[in-house]
Design a protein around this ligand. Sequence first.
Ligand SMILES: [Fe+2]
Length: 129
Amino acid sequence: MFLSSSEGYPLTKLNKPADWNNLAVMDKKHVPKVKAPDTVKSGEPFKVQLKVGGIDDVEQPNVLSHYINWVELYAGEHPIGKIDFAPVMSNGYNVKISITLEESTTLRARAFCNLHGLWEEPREKVTVE
Ligand SMILES: [Fe+2]
């Protein structure tokens, strides 16, 4: 099966903004942002916020024909969690999860839009003391 959207965003390709300092509307709708403390204590839980889209208030639609399927969080290359969204019934794409780290790493999120495929944000460094 050939997976492709009609707007030039193949479902099989990882999408990233071409210019992080000048985001296109599609970037603003789809890029998942990770918000975490810069420094945490080893083994102590802390909260990580994952928000998909909404950059400059440009929101991703949430209808049956166009929505964010899921967002994943990674510590380095290790998957930590995945949240699935139901279209229409989910109230936006903004979640918090609690995690613990034993060593410094980078956090990153990936999100999947049913029409525009996979999107990733730049990595967020977390230092463990
Ligand atoms: Fe989309």
